[in-house]
Design a binder for this molecule. Sequence first.
Ligand code: DC
Length: 228
Amino acid sequence: MIRVAIDGPSGAGKSTVAKRIAKDFSIIYVDTGAMYRCIGLYALRQQIDTKNTDLITALLTDINLKTAYNEQTGQRIFLNNEDVSDAIRTPEASMAASDVSAIPAVRAFLLDLQQNMAKQQSLIMDGRDIGTVVIPDAELKIFLTASPESRAKRRHLEYLQKGMNNSYEEILKDVIQRDRQDSTRASAPLRQAEDAVLLDTTTIGFEETVSIIKDMIQKKAAQLSTSI
Ligand code: DC
């Protein structure tokens, strides 16, 4: 069994890379950011201030999250039985996710779900605190990063492909603000675990990043004499 924890700031390419590697190795992929996004989206829809600890904490009892995977649709996430996989990808939902993720009760609620998924199976989980808090004994930990400008450029392209026309400047501002918010919060801030391998993708492309990480996973499995 190999559990791979990938952490890093937003837009470093964690989820696209993790998704592809999980597919190639036929193991589970867990996108923990999507879970925070669901809570952020729910709060937005209820018109509740996403920074209000008491109101957001009270909201958690109304929230049921499920993930499902099938070949055609890929991984989908359901908020109270509604497929919100696309609705959680807007800039508003991103910022709301970052806001609610600073609330300790939200983190405790999701930690439980995430740790249950990480029991007894090979998987790749990505987020901000996977190697430090969720799976501190993960067999392999990677901290994936890139310059804010290159992360904003990738997000910008992603949005354009979806027909969203947020400007590069606006996205860069968001990236920098979310970095600050995610790494300075008191509860499980974004930081590299001491035993994580640092991988900066500013100048490496997608295929190369995938191949470097796959190599690390294979070497780790061989070293531990375990299967992937
Ligand atoms: O990875 P993402 O951009 O989808 O994450 C959305 C927000 O959720 C991000 O700003 C910080 C938060 N998050 C977190 O605090 N801990 C995680 N393990 C994953 C995401």
